[in-house]
Ligand binder design. Structure first.
Ligand SMILES: Nc1ncnc2c1ncn2[C@@H]1O[C@H](COP(=O)(O)OP(=O)(O)O)[C@@H](O)[C@H]1O
Ligand code: SF4
Ligand SMILES: [Mg+2]
Length: 341
């Protein structure tokens, strides 16, 4: 079967504000197969959450406007043409989403056990007793010890890491084919972050779920994602296999993000590069390359015209003028990271 699980074509989303039209997402396209993990990476404000919410039809319209040329196809069907009943099944059963802030996503007045039970009963014909039993199993699967005691606790009684595990249990409750995780570990400390990523990887593999992992931190996705899409100012500026992106980045912005990731083999006296400058204003995006104001390789043409897509490996592309002009070898002007293998 060659039909993609998810196909996003030319997604454009604007917000109509008193100051004008904020072009939050400006033509994002990508595809995902069953069981595949894609990381969507970029600095704060580049349109990751707006993209994620668009895949669940969660952007409030208005003020948001999903431009008519946008297509979000789940198993070949446009989710923007779903009626209310089909949308209800899509959300929670076909696809689920987890957020950075579990406290805001969970109901503070309901025990966590009941919340997960209700998620199950919403989509499956089960007796209450069977649902309760299944929730205990689920809580154990997401690494919550003493599930019987935890079942009756409220969200505020749990640590941040535990709450995130509950939200993951809810997301996996109905075994969705697609999971969208919007910075699920950003609010957690580093050790807990690693545990949550391991847990997601385990569940993803056990259920063959496709995952879109959204993060501002490339370091988080190194061992998780097969594919990486790097977002900047509402567009994807580079995409490729995780290996290509880490070892052979082509876009100057990707290189800058990589220089900000700590490496185990980094000499101790070498400071981490910080990311200087700010992204362009999406009320008034520049006509040329959106990265030009921060790019040390910026040329005249970069200021005037949007860069073309340059293809490297079959699955590796970057939008940058550096390669389009007269560089048949298509070498990046910056040093490649060491290829250890
Ligand atoms: N409700 C909204 N009203 C107006 N602008 C918004 C709204 N939500 C997001 N935006 C704008 O859309 C852009 C992308 O935001 P977002 O997707 O949240 O970024 P990210 O998740 O990458 O940090 C930002 O410029 C943000 O200010
Ligand atoms: S197109 Fe020009 S400004 Fe943009 S990233 Fe490439 S070199 Fe830099
Ligand atoms: Mg966000």
């Amino acid at each position: 079967m060659s039909e993609k699980l998810l196909r996003v074509e030319n997604l454009r989303v604007s917000y109509h504000t008193y100051a004008g039209e904020v072009q939050a997402v400006r033509g994002v396209s990508f595809e995902l197969d069953q069981g595949e993990t894609l990381a969507l990476v970029g600095e704060s404000g580049c349109g990751k959450s707006v993209t994620a919410r668009s895949l669940m039809r969660l952007n409030k319209v208005p003020p948001a406007e999903i431009k008519p040329e946008s297509n979000v196809l789940f198993q070949g069907q446009n989710i923007y043409q779903f009626d209310a009943a089909r949308l209800g099944r899509y959300r929670g059963q076909d696809a689920a989403m987890i957020f950075q802030d579990a406290m805001a996503a969970l109901n503070p007045t309901m025990t966590i056990g009941r919340q997960v039970v209700e998620t199950l009963l919403h989509h499956q014909a089960l007796s209450k007793k069977a649902a309760r039993e299944q929730v205990r199993i689920l809580l154990r699967q997401v690494g919550i010890s003493e599930p019987d005691r935890r079942f009756g606790q409220y969200p505020h009684e749990l640590s941040g890491g535990m709450r995130q595990r509950v939200m993951i249990a809810m997301a996996f409750a109905n075994q969705p084919r697609l999971l969208i995780a919007d910075e699920p570990t950003t609010a957690l400390d580093v050790t807990i972050q690693a545990q949550i990523i391991d847990l997601m990887k385990e569940l993803q593999q056990a259920h063959q779920t496709a995952v879109i992992m959204i993060t501002h931190d490339l370091g988080v996705v190194a061992n998780l994602a097969q594919k990486i899409a790097v977002m900047y100012a509402g567009t994807i500026v580079e995409r490729g296999s995780s290996r290509e992106i880490f070892y052979r980045p082509r876009h100057p912005y990707t290189n800058m993000l990589l220089e900000a990731v700590p490496r185990l083999d980094q000499p101790e006296d070498k400071e981490l590069a910080s990311i200087a400058g700010t992204p362009p204003d999406l009320l008034n995006p520049p006509p040329g390359c959106p990265f030009c104001s921060r790019c040390r390789y910026c040329m005249d043409i970069c200021l005037k015209e949007r860069p073309p897509v340059y293809q490297f490996e079959p699955d590796h592309q970057a939008d940058c003028w550096l390669y389009a002009l007269d560089k048949p070898a298509a070498d990046a002007p910056f040093t490649r990271r060491n290829d250890h293998e």
